[in-house]
Design a protein around this ligand. Sequence first.
Ligand code: C5P
Ligand code: MG
Length: 190
Amino acid sequence: MLNLVLFGPPGAGKGTQAIYLKKKYRLIHLSTGDLLRTQIAAKTELGIQAKLFIDKGELVPDELVIGMIKVKLNQCANIKGFIFDGFPRTEEQAKALDVLLNENNTPFSGMLALEVEKQELVDRLLERGQTSGRSDDADVSIIENRIKTYHVKTAPVMDFYAKQKKKYSINGMGGIEDIAQRLNEVVANF
Ligand code: C5P
Ligand code: MG
């Protein structure tokens, strides 16, 4: 099994690169952001709760996000592995992921951390906002808050995996195909 965490700030290209990795290694792509947006569209209790945080560029509480991932992992038997995109976003979520993978007797392969300069992140998100219909992509102050939230709450997750020697930094600047190639050079060795 191949279980990958695709990591990076908002706009780093996690979703874009997940599509390549998913195809190549036949993995299940679990994007917590997409899952939450599906819940919001369906106006479920979880979606209503999540929207309060997402609209401000804040993080949805750990117990809600972890509960959602847990349900998904239990639904998927006999598969080649997962790409976690946008999860874990806190150290608490990283610890929960370790427990869940252990319970499912499946190994953690590695964290792929996409590194992108701040101005490039803002530019990419604003561009995406023109077509994504995501209100959190359309407003510079919400984008700034998402990037700030990333630095305060999410970036420490890198240390968590670095200590386990499971963190791999990838240059996330440049062309999509070039970045896919860089990721592949790492994943091919897992
Ligand atoms: O990953 P993505 O950028 O699609 O996430 C969009 C929003 O969903 C985040 O800005 C955050 O508000 C929320 N989210 C979260 N916790 C996660 C994943 C997403 O709070 N693990
Ligand atoms: Mg995404």
